[in-house]
Structures are given as structure tokens and as C-alpha cells.
Design a binder for this molecule. Structure first.
Ligand code: NAI
Length: 329
């Protein structure tokens, strides 16, 4: 099958080509992000392979369907960027990679917590400049603190287990509590979780219900000095409200791997240009904010699994045999 692979980075070429060796599809790697402006590049391709910041709204899907595409193979678990109603109407099959390494993302959330708490990113710079002062680097023991996990799916449960291992009390909120939740995990209504947690970590998907779940009202209910971590999806957090929360000290530390306007920034080298997103730039001025550019998934194990499942999806769609991880409304 001919596949147009959008938003390709060098590592995607390597892992997808390796996985394709046993499948034999014709993968055409495109650097461009899929948008209304670039969709014409996919003309005549039966399948389009897309990543998290590709645009798959109704307009783009209509053009894809009109020019012969039948399958959208997502290289991600999240599918909030796909208009599933439009895809169904256009008879486009959407497939995804349901799990590639929940450990990768959970471990990255923990990395953000440890770095923020002990200010290792600031210490690194200081020591390189011969500044061995400890002023401003004071942290706290994680042991004994309460961690609130919002979303106890695959990633949230692994994150909870790691934090439990540090000696933290783990509380959680999820409208669909997990049957696999361990005994030490206590489910609470959201308002109680906000009131109790010293650290809050977001592991829910972006849905209409979670869009700006963390807004000014939610932040007002949190403990003074709370640490907030988002490795889920950017729009779960209202950036403006979070900036206000940081300014007044209600939020004591913020770790982000995702950002609500990230499609204009992340996965690109913009270091020689001017970044015009004032909200994002304001975030980078706080000493207690640590932002990574959507790298939670970025481990060898995860890239191998993403590539293998994506190729399996392509072959299953073409042959009707094997497992197609179809996304339905
Ligand atoms: P999952 O589907 O296993 O778990 C999601 C959980 O969130 C489910 O238990 C669900 O019931 C819960 N949930 C749904 N609505 C909720 C709400 N309103 N409040 C609280 N919980 C709610 O998904 P998984 O694999 O654990 O991934 C979670 C999210 O992590 C993904 O949706 C994606 O947005 C994000 N992600 C981020 C990556 C990164 O590189 N930073 C990579 C992979 C996923």
C-alpha cells in the first residue's frame, strides 16, 4: 500500500523503515505537517500516516477522501485531533496505536517532578558557571506527600505505582475507576483531590469534558504551592489561568510536556526565529516552570512499538487479517 507519512522526523524514518521490512508497504516520508495547505501532497495515497499535531479536521479529511485516501493510520494513542464524525461520514477508517509505552510517559512525568522539586535544571547551569550556592534550590521530601492522579488508565496507574514507591499517598480521580487499581489508590471527587494533593498529575485524554479541566476555579481549590504536572494534552490546562496561579503562588511549580498551542511550536527547531506566542514565552520566564516539547513518549521502546503497531494496522487494513486498532466514535 502507498502511504504518505506526514510530520516525519529522522527517527520516524529509521523506526518505520525497520518495521516495514517485514510488511513491504511503500512509505513516502514527508517533512510537512498535515494541514489544509499540505493535504494535496497526499493525493493518490491510499493511506495517510499522521502524528499528534497533524490537522485532521473535516476540511482536511474531505480532501483526503476526495483524492483517494481510505485509511488514516495515527502514530499516536490520542485521537482528539481527528474529526471522527467527518471520518465516519466519508467512510475513512481511522486506526491508532493504543499503547506503545505507558512507562515512557509515566516516567517522564516523574522526571518533571524530581527536576522541579530539586531544581536540577538550575543546579546544572549554576555548577557549570562555578556557582555552588544552594540558595533557591530547596526542595521537599516526596515521601509522605499526597499525589493526585487525574485519569487512571494505562499511564496514570503506572505513574501512581512509581509515586507509591517513593512513599507518597496516592489519591485519584477518574469517572471510570479502574478495576486494576491497587488498594493503596484512593478515588476521590475532583474537588477533594484538589484540596488534598501536594502534587497533581494529569493523565486523562482531551475530551469535551476535560477541555480546560484545570481552569481558574480548579486552581483556586488547590493547595497553596501545589505542583502541577501535565503530560496528557495541552488543552486540559487553561494556560492563562495557570500563569495567574503561578504569579500569585497558588501554583508552586509547573511541569509541562504538552501545551495548548503546541502545534505551532513543538517538534521543530525555532531557535533562530522569533516566537510570537506571548503566553508560552511568559511561561518560560518563571524559575519554577519546566517545559519539555512533547517528549514523554520518546523512548526506544515506544518508537519501536509505535512503528510495529502502525505497520500492523496498515497490513491489517489491506489484507483483512491481523488486528486493526480502529478508532470509533
Ligand atoms: P487511557 O485511555 O489508558 O487512560 C485514560 C484515563 O483517563 C481513563 O481511565 C479514562 O477513564 C480517564 N478519563 C477520561 N475522562 C476523564 C476525566 N474527565 N477526568 C479524569 N479521568 C478521565 O490512556 P493512557 O494511555 O493512559 O494515556 C492518557 C493520555 O496521555 C492520552 O490520552 C494522551 O493524551 C496522553 N499521552 C501523552 C503522551 C506524551 O508523549 N506526553 C504520549 C501518550 C499519551
Amino acid at each position: 500500500m502507498r502511504v504518505a507519512v506526514f510530520s516525519t522526523k529522522p527517527y520516524d524514518r529509521i523506526f518505520l523503515s525497520e518495521a516495514n521490512a517485514s510488511h513491504g508497504h511503500e512509505l513516502v516520508f514527508l517533512d510537512a505537517r498535515l494541514t489544509a495547505e499540505t493535504v494535496s501532497l497526499a493525493a493518490g495515497f491510499e493511506a495517510v500516516c499522521a502524528f499528534v499535531n497533524d490537522c485532521l479536521n473535516a476540511q482536511v479529511l474531505e480532501q483526503l477522501a476526495a483524492s483517494g485516501t481510505r485509511l488514516i493510520a495515527l502514530r499516536s494513542a490520542g485521537f482528539n485531533h481527528v474529526d471522527l464524525d467527518a471520518a465516519a461520514r466519508l467512510n475513512l477508517t481511522v486506526a491508532r496505536v493504543p499503547a506503545y509505552s505507558p512507562h515512557a510517559v509515566a516516567e517522564h512525568a516523574v522526571a518533571l517532578i524530581l527536576s522541579l522539586n530539586r531544581h536540577t535544571f538550575r543546579a546544572y547551569n549554576r555548577v557549570r558557571e562555578g556557582n555552588f550556592s544552594l540558595d533557591g534550590l530547596l526542595g521537599f521530601d516526596l515521601c509522605g506527600k499526597t499525589v493526585g492522579v487525574i485519569g487512571t488508565g494505562k499511564i496514570g496507574l503506572i505513574f501512581a505505582a512509581i509515586m507509591h514507591g517513593f512513599g507518597c499517598k496516592v489519591v485519584a480521580h477518574d469517572p471510570y475507576p479502574s478495576a486494576e487499581a491497587p488498594d493503596y489508590l484512593q478515588y476521590l471527587p475532583l474537588s477533594e483531590l484538589f484540596a488534598e494533593a501536594d502534587i497533581i498529575s494529569l493523565h486523562c485524554p482531551l475530551t469535551p469534558e476535560t477541555d480546560h479541566l484545570i481552569d481558574a476555579v480548579a486552581i483556586e481549590r488547590m493547595k497553596h504551592g501545589v505542583m502541577l504536572i501535565n503530560t496528557g494534552r495541552g488543552r486540559v490546562v487553561d494556560t492563562k489561568a495557570v500563569i495567574d496561579g503561578l504569579k500569585c503562588g497558588r501554583i508552586g511549580a509547573l511541569g509541562l510536556d504538552v501545551y495548548e498551542e503546541e502545534e505551532h511550536l513543538f517538534f521543530q527547531d525555532l531557535s533562530a526565529g522569533v516566537i510570537s506566542d506571548d503566553q508560552f514565552m511568559r511561561l518560560t520566564t518563571f524559575p519554577n516552570v519546566l517545559i519539555t516539547g512533547h517528549q514523554g513518549f520518546f523512548t526506544r521502546e515506544a518508537l519501536t512499538n509505535i512503528a510495529n503497531t502502525t505497520l500492523d494496522n496498515l497490513s491489517a487494513f489491506e489484507t483483512g487479517a491481523g488486528t486493526l486498532h480502529r478508532v470509533t466514535r
